[in-house]
Design a protein around this ligand. Structure first.
Ligand code: SAM
Length: 393
């Protein structure tokens, strides 16, 4: 394909993507629509990205390389409303010859989610924005298009990814400040910020984001945890150690900020130890968005591992290493579950108490809850009820 044809095709694909995102309700304003129609996502994807394949053996990642895909096909993939994983296991290894296993550690986020978050960020002309998680640089470029390079600072923890994003931004004609460091510490040199947006998730809001925000500034970030419950929070900063805000509707999840990721789970306790009782709630809560999030709020230090032998239904081990406590959730007959718990904390008792309270409150959705930060304490609460849980320290 000649460069001209390439450019024309890319421009057409961008217009089509913008139309689709508008129809889906993610793209809501002319300013962001113009950004989507202008910023060349294909420039940010790099030579290799990965397509997800769910198989009997689990999730595999199929590399899409310049050798295996025609330029026109790569261009068209770049403008699909799809998340393209660009790094696995934090490694910068050469593209493997075929599908591989691995945990995604960077991606070009689903364009629908990127623009939805940018709309939700409520930016205005002249705003100074801090972005955490540069990744490919695509969302950074959208911000530059909307606000101008001098008003955008983006922080990426991975030096290889940060360097690549800088190059791609330059090729696309943008030159924001890209900083390589742990974004949980922000970037004080260009503070105060009117807006902070994170495209990686956190277990609690880093204090640096509060101190580096202007009073009245907005922080938009996914709050997640080690059970992989997650909710998109929009907070208004009220002081250097205070903020309050809402959870937005939808099922938004992001890879966790690297310092907040779960440690290796290690050895599991024996299934025979501890006290056994019949469970009120079973493993169905792990696949139900809001109950999973409530469980995580109630037991924020818990990680989960499923264990299945000889094709039998899986048992679930919940382990809180710091609290030296565990619970085994064991399948019984006719969809029933029993639980065996040990250690100083009865983890499943806590989860069930929280879920029961949530049921009694009428099973409200995430957007009924709020997040408040005062004097460093961070609490998710349900207004009008006594229900609240602290985020982990
Ligand atoms: C989902 S990707 C970002 C997507 C990106 N905004 C885009 O549109 O291409 C998340 C990124 O956050 C980065 N990240 C993880 N922890 C971080 C941290 N503590 N500070 C800064 N970046 C971090 C990852 O390396 C990864 O590149």
């Amino acid at each position: 394909m000649s460069v001209d044809v390439d450019d024309q095709l890319a421009a057409r694909l961008r217009r089509r993507l913008a139309g689709q995102l508008t129809a889906d309700g993610d793209l809501r304003s002319p300013e962001w629509r113009q950004a989507v129609e202008t910023v060349p996502r294909h420039v940010f994807l790099g030579p290799v990205f990965y397509r997800r394949r769910d198989t009997d053996r689990g999730t595999l990642w199929e590399p899409i390389t310049p050798d295996g895909t025609s330029p026109a096909d790569r261009l068209s993939l770049a403008y699909e409303n799809v998340t393209w994983v660009t790094q696995l296991d934090g490694e910068d290894a050469p593209a493997p010859p075929g599908p591989v296993t691995g945990a995604p550690t960077s991606s070009s986020t689903l364009p629908g989610l990127v623009v939805r978050m940018l709309e939700d960020l409520q930016v205005e002309d002249g705003h100074n924005v801090l972005e955490i998680g540069t990744g490919t640089g695509y969302s950074t470029a959208l911000l530059c298009h909307r606000l101008g390079d001098s008003r955008v600072t983006s922080v990426e923890v991975d030096p290889v990814l940060g360097g690549r994003a800088r190059d791609a931004l330059q090729r696309a004609g943008y030159s924001p400040t890209v900083v390589i460091r742990d974004g949980l510490t922000g970037w004080p040199h260009r503070a105060p910020y009117d807006r902070v947006i994170a495209t990686c998730s956190v277990r609690r809001i880093p204090s640096a984001w509060l101190t580096q925000s202007r009073p009245g500034g907005i922080i938009l970030v996914t709050v997640s945890g080690w059970l992989y419950g997650s909710a998109l929070a929009r907070l208004t900063v009220t002081g250097p150690d205070s903020a309050e805000g809402e959870f937005l509707p939808g099922t938004v999840s992001f890879m966790q900020a690297r310092p907040h990721a779960a440690p290796p789970i290690g050895r599991l306790p024996s299934q025979d130890a501890g006290e056994q009782r019949r469970a009120v709630f079973g493993a169905e809560i792990f696949t139900d968005w809001t109950p999973l999030w409530i469980a995580q709020l109630a037991a924020p230090g818990v990680q989960r591992m499923t264990v299945s032998t000889d094709g039998a239904p899986a048992a679930h081990c919940l382990l809180d290493r710091e609290a030296r406590s565990w619970a085994w959730l064991i399948p019984g007959e006719h969809g029933t579950w029993s639980v065996r718990q040990g250690g100083p904390c009865r983890l499943w008792d806590r989860v069930e108490a929280a879920l029961t309270a949530w049921h009694n409150a009428g099973r409200p959705p995430q957007q009924a809850f709020r997040l408040g930060i005062t004097c460093g304490e961070q609490r998710v609460f349900l207004p009008g009820t006594g229900l609240s849980w602290p985020l982990p320290a």
